[in-house]
Write a protein that binds this ligand. Structure first.
Ligand SMILES: C[S@@+](CC[C@H](N)C(=O)[O-])C[C@H]1O[C@@H](n2cnc3c(N)ncnc32)[C@H](O)[C@@H]1O
Length: 262
């Protein structure tokens, strides 16, 4: 089993950042993350189902239930950042009415291309927009969106506080921030099983099903290097969001954080 993760905030001042359990120069970290997702893009959806036994689908359903996009003609502009292969946008557009539009933004063209194909195949591309962009410097004007979602994406970002400030900047007043991310499980026995699954099963599954263990080792380690529920809620509040709350999913294996730009 792996050693304890480094503090995600550690090294901030000397120009280093956590990449999984390794320390790397902050300016090279995003390039390493991009390599991971370029490697896994074609098999990302299959691996997601295998690694989480399909649970990620239920968690994304919970996210959309909480988002509650209007089912009417009322215009509702969602931005889904770190959109990847488009799961959240697909679910939001299916759940929302004809006034609901989604912009998918991701730093990795290979991941976003899979998302674009899936939205086209689902007949939803007319209500979708696509943008290559970094969560830390979003290519959008201030106060453009009604809601901001990010699922399993924020832990990949180098400067989380910068990304949170950007999320707030692009939201209208009254807009909602929702983040689905792996978090800290503190249920006895479940936490042990989860550790075993994370460090022993997932990299092997990655090697077998996708031909590469290393990207999956990063994905697991990056989960453990991410701040726990309360600390992340504090970071969201510090970015200027109000009424910050969170819900644990499966004993905290994942959590959804919510905040409002008021
Ligand atoms: C684990 S995937 C999640 C994809 C999708 N949201 C989902 O839940 O299936 C993480 C995504 O974050 C993207 N990503 C990583 N760093 C990013 C950044 N700085 N800005 C925007 N997207 C980023 C990756 O390219 C990848 O598509």
């Amino acid at each position: 089993m792996s050693t304890a993760p480094p503090d995600p905030a550690a090294g901030k001042d000397n120009g280093t950042a956590a990449f999984g359990f390794r320390k790397v120069a902050a300016q090279t970290r995003q390039g390493l993350v991009n390599e991971v997702f370029s490697t896994v893009a074609a098999r990302y959806d299959l691996m997601n189902d295998l690694m989480s036994a399909g649970l990620h689908r239920l968690w994304k359903d919970d996210l959309i239930t909480w988002l509650n996009p209007p089912r009417s003609q009322r215009p509702f502009e969602l931005i889904d950042v770190a959109a990847g292969t488009g799961d959240v946008a697909l679910k939001a557009l299916r759940g929302g009415g004809p006034g609901c539009r989604a912009t998918l933004c991701d730093i990795n063209p290979a991941m976003l291309e899979v998302g674009r194909d899936r939205l086209r195949q689902a007949g939803l591309a007319a209500r979708a927009g696509f943008a290559i962009g970094n969560a830390e410097a979003l290519p959008f004007a201030d106060q453009r969106f009604d809601a901001f979602t990010i699922a399993f994406g924020i832990r990949n970002v180098t400067r989380i506080d910068t990304a949170l400030a950007e999320a707030r900047r692009v939201l209208k007043r009254g807009g909602r921030f929702l983040c689905l991310e792996f978090s800290c499980c503190d249920v006895p026995v479940l936490d042990r099983l989860y550790d075993f699954h994370s460090f022993e099963v997932i990299p092997r599954l990655g090697a077998l099903a996708a031909g590469a263990a290393e990207p999956y080792r990063y994905l697991v380690e990056s989960i453990r290097a991410f701040p726990d529920q309360r600390r992340f809620a504090g970071m969201i509040g510090k970015a200027g969001f109000q009424r910050v709350t969170f819900r644990n999913l499966m004993g905290g294996i994942a959590a959804i954080h919510s905040g409002w730009r008021l």
